[in-house]
Design a protein around this ligand. Sequence first.
Ligand code: URA
Length: 208
Amino acid sequence: MEEQVNLFKYLENQDEEKKTSAEILQEWKNFCLQCRRCSLRKGARNIVFGEGSPDARIMFIGEGPGGEEDRLGRPFVGAAGELLDRIFAASALKRQEIYIANIVKCRPPGNRTPQKDEVQACLPLLIRQIEIIDAPILVCLGAVASRALISPDIAITTQRGSWHQIEGRHIMPTFHPAALLRDPRKKKAVWEDMQEVMKKYRKLFPEG
Ligand code: URA
């Protein structure tokens, strides 16, 4: 009897192992699309799960959806997204080969900064998403992402551009593209940070 139970457990695990990361991520997305863990869902049109390659080696994490993202259900498709696309192009990265997500998956009213309890409610969904994609490099775009994923005390202005090693992943905090739209002088710093990111990428994946 015990042996039979173990066999079932083993077969279950086999099934789990046979699933691709795309399939596991899709199941996780379906779960997340039912989320009602905080009140942000009530004011949002769409849950912006994130998008890109389920096997991405680099993940970019923003703060939360804005108006365009909420309307289309996709991350970084507004003005900040256009600038992010230019940053990707300058780094020879394509949206299809990386992954983009946010700290909160629902738009905060009036694009305000997500509150602590909203971040706490949404973070486990992102953590699982990061585990499934298993990218070794994460780029935190702005203070909200850096505080949630690196340290609550991080000061983005002075601490951007340096690597943090957390649970085997290399995490780089840099400015949010919206900050560059407000202050173009920050572009140089992000350019330098992206060169570091690409250097790390080439070191980890010399075969390309
Ligand atoms: N800003 C973010 O932080 N995320 C988006 O998806 C869009 C704008």
